[in-house]
Design a protein around this ligand. Structure first.
Ligand SMILES: [Zn+2]
Ligand SMILES: [Zn+2]
Ligand SMILES: [Zn+2]
Length: 361
């Protein structure tokens, strides 16, 4: 046996990092010891089961409940409308918002029900709304490849639905999210987002709102504005444009996770200008395209974090969080709420930053 066979690997004396989210009481192990490069995740794609008839495709409007909101193209103009309760439903839609057939949260069934949501401390009626937003007549539309005007219409539709739902007195939060590919929970392959209005503020958002309010009360400054300034000079910066920044969060729990922040302070998307909507569409497309090209079109979820109550106006700052689904959470994560991330946020940002530079329009 040669002498080299007895050589041990040089001992690495550094530790994995245990990072804590700056707003949430949540820990993540950044496992540099087991680190993987972003391209290591390029797995073969799992095909979505093709249904014989897609209920979201043009011509099948009668397979769904009547649309609550439609954007119609008429004589070259975009018109907002809704499906009639009886009679022919329009087929010239470009965005179509429908009630979910199997809602997690449903509207009040009787007048007055919305005033009695809380039955006891641990039992509430799940009153709210659950909608499916069909993003395009094009079945395979993907935000990473979509035309920017269509993506702009999708963002306008998010704004319109948020406006209507957040005005309901029993709605305390509106979750707008997207599941991309079957592995990330999309049961139908037609391009769609979901919108769920809830009678309480969900825990993660509530924690963010509480911590940012505390920071505001102590520093007279929004913590997210502070994070944006600080991270713009960090190795976690992915994209910096006039109106938006894209960052890999310091304590990312998912490999290749990134968040999109508007530079202008606002607690939600309701007052975005037309130019800001266009800039957001471009930022979303460029970052999702970078992820798609870098890691072979991976499944992902994204969700808006926002606030609607007047008391959070100065302290909360909306953002969109994108969670690529590249790892499986198992016993440790599920039983402890502590996550292990095998791609450092700095490495994720570096690869995504380089990839965004190759996107042309
Ligand atoms: Zn379809
Ligand atoms: Zn802010
Ligand atoms: Zn957040």
């Amino acid at each position: 046996m040669s002498q080299s066979s007895f050589c041990f690997r040089e001992l690495d004396m550094s530790y994995n990092e245990l990072r804590k989210d700056c707003l949430l009481d949540r820990w993540v192990v950044i496992a540099t010891e087991r680190s993987r490069r972003p391209t290591d995740f390029a797995l073969p794609k799992q095909e979505t089961a093709k249904t014989a008839i897609c209920p979201m495709c043009v011509g099948n409007e009668n397979m769904t409940p009547p649309a609550l909101m439609l954007y119609l193209r008429e004589n070259g103009e975009i018109k907002k409308s809704q499906d009639p309760l009886v009679g022919e439903r329009p087929k010239n839609w470009i965005v179509r918002d429908i009630p979910n057939l199997y809602p997690a949260f449903g509207p009040p069934k009787q007048p007055g029900d919305e005033k009695q949501i809380v039955k006891s401390e641990c039992l509430w009626n799940a009153i709210g709304q659950h909608e499916v937003l069909v993003e395009s007549p094009n079945h395979d539309e993907d935000p990473a490849d979509a035309e920017l005007p269509q993506l702009g219409l999708l963002i306008n539709a998010y704004i319109d639905r948020l406006k209507e739902l957040s005005a309901k007195p029993y709605v305390k939060y509106v979750s707008i999210f997207r599941n991309y590919r079957i592995e990330a929970g999309a049961s139908l392959s037609h391009a769609h987002s979901q919108i769920i209005a809830t009678p309480m503020v969900p825990t993660i958002i509530q924690e963010e709102q509480k911590s940012s309010k505390e920071y505001y009360d102590n520093h007279c400054k929004c913590v997210f504005c502070h994070i944006i300034e600080r991270e713009a000079k960090s190795p976690r910066l992915i994209l910096d444009s006039v109106d938006f920044v894209v960052l890999a969060p310091y304590a990312s729990i998912n490999p290749m996770e990134f968040w999109i922040f508007p530079k202008k302070h606002a607690q939600n998307i309701l007052n975005l200008t037309a130019d800001e909507v266009a800039a957001f569409a471009k930022t979303l497309k460029v970052s999702l395209k970078a992820l798609k090209d870098l890691v072979n079109d991976p499944p992902y979820n994204f969700g808006f974090h926002l606030a609607i109550a007047p008391q959070t106006q100065d302290s909360y700052h909306w953002h969109l969080e994108v969670y690529p689904k590249l790892a499986t959470w198992a016993g440790f994560e599920k039983s402890t709420g502590v996550y292990i991330n095998t791609v450092t946020p700095e490495e994720a940002a570096d690869s995504l930053r380089k990839q965004t530079k190759t996107t042309n329009f």
